[in-house]
Design a protein around this ligand. Structure first.
Ligand SMILES: O=C(O)[C@H](O)COP(=O)(O)O
Length: 224
């Protein structure tokens, strides 16, 4: 059994963040934000793949959390269809609007390439990856960070301190915000932080619930 599997089965808390699989808006390169669209077929396959990957690493979650948007919920459902054993039979499920994707305001539904041509690639990059830049009538990452961290402190930190295994299936920017908080990433570095669709990152904590380290999971060599 790999070291990561042992780590996921120690008595300490472990939190796995998974970005939802590709959505139909991602597929069309449209800004999504709070538009409540479904996964694409490729996104369903990504969800099933990450479910299988977590099973290969021996994860068994006590709590599963999604946002209020269906692309995160559909991802969790497809992960469990593929790998029902990644959750305990006393699983708690929670959905938090506070973990929704950043609201993209007037950009929602617009094509990202066309938006870059209209407003300039640099300005759109700052809206998408900056910290304090706010798209028209939308949220900056800082706005998203504040609501994500408030929810984490209120709802998730207590179960981390209790040593639980927690799965959070959410969105590119809400997860960037939570990763920024846990890893104490400075604002000037956050533009380099990305989450691919269907990507899992593992956050380990010590016995007191203090963040220790982050690791990415890789497909285990399937023996036999
Ligand atoms: O909301 C969206 O458009 C995407 O899910 C994330 O978009 P971004 O990668 O452009 O921030």
């Amino acid at each position: 059994m790999s070291s990561s599997s042992n780590a996921s089965q120690s008595g300490n808390a472990c939190l796995v963040m998974v970005r939802h699989g590709e959505s139909v808006y991602n597929q069309k390169n449209l800004f999504t934000g709070w538009i409540d669209c479904s996964l694409s077929e490729n996104g369903v396959a990504e969800a099933r793949r990450v479910g299988k990957l977590l099973a290969q690493h021996g994860f068994v979650f006590d709590i599963a959390i999604t946002s209020a948007l269906k692309r995160s919920w559909e991802t969790l459902m497809n992960m469990l269809l593929e790998a029902p054993n990644i959750v305990s039979d006393q699983l708690l499920v929670r959905r938090y609007q506070a973990f929704n994707e950043r609201h993209y305001g007037d950009l929602q539904g617009k094509n990202k390439e066309e938006t870059a041509q209209l407003f300039g690639a640099e300005q759109v990059h700052r809206w998408r990856r900056g910290f304090e830049d706010r798209p028209p009538h939308g949220e900056s990452l800082k706005d998203t960070y504040e609501r994500v961290v408030a929810c984490y402190q209120q709802e998730v930190a207590p179960v981390v301190q209790a040593g639980k295994k927690i799965l959070i299936v959410a969105h590119g920017n809400s997860l960037r915000a939570l990763k920024m908080y846990l890893e104490n990433i400075p604002a000037e570095k956050i533009s380099q932080v990305e989450f691919a669709t269907g990507e899992a990152q593992v956050f380990d904590f010590d016995a007191s619930g203090k963040y220790l380290a982050t690791r990415k999971l890789h497909q285990e060599a399937v023996v036999g």
